[in-house]
Design a protein around this ligand. Sequence first.
Ligand code: GDP
Length: 327
Amino acid sequence: MKKVLITGITGQDGSYLAALLLGKGYEVHGAVRRASMENTVKLQNIQSIADKINLHACSLDNHLSVYKLIAAIRPDECYHLAASSFVSYSFEDEASILAANFTSTHYLLSSIKELCPSCRVYFAGSSEIFGNAEESPQTETTKFNPRSMYGISKLASHHVVKNYREQYGLYACTGFTYNHESPRRGHAFVTRKITATVAKIFLGIATKIELGNIETIRDWGYAPEYVEAMWRMLHNPQGPKDYVVATGVAHTVSELLATAFSTVGLNYTQYIVINKDFYRPGEQVPLIGNAKSIYTDLGWKHTTLFKDMIVEMVQNDIREYSAQNNQ
Ligand code: GDP
């Protein structure tokens, strides 16, 4: 039985990936912060598969902790999804984002190189590495130009991945994934913020929604399909290669609002309050991905429609908030 290690297993992508790999017959291991081991809220996404997976307490920012984890599991595949994923602009956050995202990737790769160099490694990159991109849509050859410390941490990690592949022969690759959402998306992200607030307005427990720039454009995909792309990247007949994983379809935040509010028969213009505090600096060029390469090489493409995904998220949030209201 093949062994897989997933960092960030309790998150949106990690939990979908764990379920996918259990279905494929893998022995699934997950790295979790010690503080999260007993935290039922943090473990919510993996509740339904908890008895089928093996959780290990690990501090990814501690080299010895990572080394011991790899030594204990000696995985055949490793998906490094754990990251501080908030695109923040405060100095304190920047320092911790760099430390968490960059050093953890290096510790994992160096431990794998020493202990089980045949382990295949997927690294969760991000469209944020293109930042203020020179072209749109972006491809694997678009110049990197990150505009946030999060993007910089992902780009630096990608270079470490590439270096371990080219210098040491590791099967290691980066997925440049664009935004991907689901009912498990964190509440700080704009999709979930909107679907959760629509549910609350519908249930009479909220009256308005405060947002930043609603004309910004994003390429929003469906998370369960993106974890399939990650698995395919570790089974590439051409060997390890980096790919853009995206839908190629552009939507504005206002389209997202219209779709979410219309699910419950409401018009968003009556509920929106624009708050400049939520504006982001420097979002000139739309981040839209061209996923032609992964389709040509691995047959992956997105299938779930944006509208269907948003409707699923709103319906899920209505169920969640109704249940909380009735407790
Ligand atoms: P990101 O692409 O990883 O930053 O994902 P987000 O979901 O946080 O943001 C997506 C887009 O929504 C960005 O262009 C934001 O500028 C825009 N946006 C507008 N209002 C808000 C808001 O209130 N919260 C968040 N998170 N994003 C907002």
